[in-house]
Design a protein around this ligand. Structure first.
Ligand SMILES: [Zn+2]
Length: 267
């Protein structure tokens, strides 16, 4: 706690910064600033979305857990309640937010835990000895199921790093199936490819919540997938038209905006 307490004391001493924070919060409260996104990401300490999104107070609802999980609604139906559904309701229903972003990342330890138990993904098996494995097995079972269908013996590693062929994975974020190509340039290791597939699968779970169906079918609510590379700091977004994660930068901006149905602003 030394670091945390010292951090609070340092924060208290910086009167100007503290006053600015309070003023910014007050402004958001008084002006009823409308947050724009619900952002689901991993709790990994290296992943700080507000940094790479350059976001300010009042703009984004952050939901963080081990492995950027969005529990499928079937889990709720069977009584396995977790906080993420409540977070989606608070964001999308109570606060009328119309963008949900699910963000994965490279070297994700939670995704790696799921990858390691992929041959025995029954959450009951881990119930007593590992809450993490129970969690990822319970909510990541669909990732594993889909991964095992495309990660066949014929498509094993070419060497210790690369696959012989890119993985193709059907994902549905927009109401239409898209043939997603995972890491077509073979830049990432198999765990990171798995993490990208997992990110897309978790993003697709957002649409399983009945409370969101009318907003999705009317085109008011959009679901997106982002992926953060902890080694380079690069941020990728899944492009429906390109069928793959593409680097977010000036060159891809127009493509990504057209993908999400928003015209780029004219200058
Ligand atoms: Zn992670």
């Amino acid at each position: 706690m030394n670091k945390i307490l010292k951090g609070v004391i340092r924060y208290n001493k910086n009167i100007t910064e503290k006053a600015k924070l309070v003023a910014d919060i007050d402004k958001v409260t008084r002006q009823m600033v409308q947050p724009k996104s619900v952002f689901v990401s991993c709790m990994d300490c290296r992943v700080l979305p507000s940094k790479f999104l350059s976001s300010k107070i009042g703009e984004i609802y952050f939901l963080r857990n081990a492995g950027n999980m969005v529990p499928h609604f079937d889990a709720y139906k069977s009584g396995k309640i977790s906080s993420e559904g409540g977070g989606l309701e608070l964001g999308c229903i109570t606060n009328k937010i119309r963008n949900v972003v699910v963000c994965g990342h490279s070297d994700c330890k939670a995704a790696q835990a799921l990858f390691e138990i992929r041959h025995n993904c029954d959450h009951q098996h881990f119930l007593l000895d590992s809450p993490l494995r129970t969690w990822v097995a319970l909510h990541g079972s669909r990732t594993v199921e889909k991964f095992s269908k495309i990660y066949s013996e014929e498509n094993q590693l070419n060497d210790s790093y690369h696959l012989k062929e890119p993985l193709h994975f059907t994902v549905n974020l927009t109401g239409q199936d898209v043939d997603a190509i995972i890491d077509p340039d073979n830049q990432f290791n198999i765990q990171d490819k798995f993490s990208q597939l997992h990110c897309l699968e978790q993003a697709s779970h957002v649409k399983t919540y009945p409370m969101l169906h009318s907003y999705l079918s009317s085109g008011e609510l959009h679901i997106h997938a982002l992926w953060f590379d902890v080694y380079t700091g690069n941020v990728y977004m899944f492009s429906v038209s390109q069928k793959k994660f593409i680097l977010v930068d000036d060159n891809s901006f127009d493509i990504l905006m057209q993908d999400v149905g928003e015209s780029p602003p004219s200058f």
